[in-house]
Design a protein around this ligand. Structure first.
Ligand SMILES: [Zn+2]
Length: 376
């Protein structure tokens, strides 16, 4: 069986017991978690073949993902269930349809295919479920099982056709992020040269999402687009995976103003642990905890959650390949290899002095409150 790699937080025996109990008793929601990403020998062999032919990155990732699902479904990757169990995560918000041609992420066709793949996995695994209702979450926790909330990372999949939102809703999508890093029909991403805010279509789009009871995610949106979205939306808005710009200066983060406004309107920010964004070097789970502390201080305990955005430590063969293409995904986080170490988040929160109710709120309660209010 797999087990977490416990970081030494110098907790007492009673505190260690508290951490285990908190993990067992509570519904844990990781606001950005696609399930454990595991590379067994078959996948490493395939990876070697694919990288030797110098295939583009998106083709390699797509092929590996497809193959991994086949292996899981055929029962040849028992670690997949073990790692989920070890993580203790009840619900993961899973992005569907990411990897397409590198300059045209998130097409309609690719997203539909990807949803098909995820659903085939869910169909096969009796302990893994698609979540569309609050009741589903409660039932899953009762049975000590696990589930995905499906989420889009952009709106280029729907284009100007609002009816496509209905289709995605019927397939199970309950969270839609308004922009990825660049500008689209709705607004501007965080890496756009300038942020002109929401478009007129963007306002209509938000109204449609409010009507359909789909949660709006502004994680990758630019600052002006974020603020205008929060202002225009009738429902609270979330940022599933972000961090505090005041602690680490990068366009992907959120300013104090954005975090505070989102909180004022009832939303939640999920803090990520992805080492690309929380510290300059020697990244550890302590940096992640710094971002949590800061967000709690400026927004309040009811408005902070966790969206790890770090599903695995990649095999070196893949990070070497990424590095060659200037994508620095070889970074690591001390204290958090991947989802197996989720309990370190809870242990770290105890070390930082949070009480049980506060921890319960951060590790899932806050997200669930917003879900209940917005989705049903
Ligand atoms: Zn993202």
């Amino acid at each position: 069986m797999s087990s977490p790699l416990l970081l030494n937080f110098k907790l007492s025996k009673t505190q260690e017991e508290r951490a285990l109990l908190l993990a067992k008793k509570n519904i844990i929601v990781d606001m950005h978690f696609g399930g454990p990403i595991i590379y067994n020998n078959d996948l490493i062999t395939l990876l070697k073949e694919l990288t030797s032919t110098e295939k583009p990155l998106h083709q390699i990732i797509n092929k590996i993902n497809q193959e991994r699902i086949k292996i899981i479904i055929s029962g040849r990757l028992p670690q997949y269930k073990e790692w989920w169990k070890t993580s203790g995560v009840t619900i993961g918000c899973k992005t569907v349809g990411i990897f397409d041609k590198s300059n045209r992420f998130f097409t309609f066709k690719k997203t539909i295919e990807d949803i098909g793949l995820v659903l085939s996995k869910i169909d096969y695994l009796s302990w893994l479920h698609k979540i569309t209702k609050y009741e589903d979450i409660l039932n899953i926790k009762k049975k000590n099982e696990h589930g995905f909330i499906l989420r889009l990372e952009n709106i280029t999949q729907t284009g100007l056709d609002l009816k496509k939102i209905d289709l995605f809703y019927n397939l199970g999508i309950r969270i839609i992020q308004l922009t990825y890093n660049t500008k689209n029909y709705v607004g501007c991403g965080c890496m756009s040269k300038e942020d002109s805010g929401l478009t007129n279509f963007g306002k209509k789009f938000i109204e449609y999402l409010n009507k359909r009871k789909i949660l709006i995610d502004v994680s990758h949106c630019g600052p002006k687009t974020t603020i205008e979205t929060i202002r225009h939306s009738k429902a609270p808005v979330i940022a599933t995976h972000t961090f505090c710009k005041s602690l680490y200066e990068h366009p992907r983060g959120k300013t104090d103003e954005e975090i505070q406004y989102l909180a004022k309107k009832g939303g939640v920010v999920g803090i990520l642990i992805n080492p690309l964004f929380i510290a300059k070097e020697k990244t550890s789970i302590e940096h992640f905890l710094d971002h949590i502390d800061f967000a709690v201080r400026i927004a309040g305990i009811k408005h902070v959650g966790v969206g790890t955005d770090w599903d695995c430590t990649l095999p070196s063969i893949l990070t070497d390949y990424f590095n060659k293409q200037d994508v620095s995904w070889g970074k690591k986080v001390k204290g958090y290899r991947d989802a197996r170490d989720w309990v370190n988040i809870i242990r770290g929160l105890i070390a930082r002095g949070y009480n049980d109710n506060q921890i319960k709120a951060i590790i899932g309660g806050n997200f669930l409150r917003v879900w209940k209010k917005v989705v049903e």
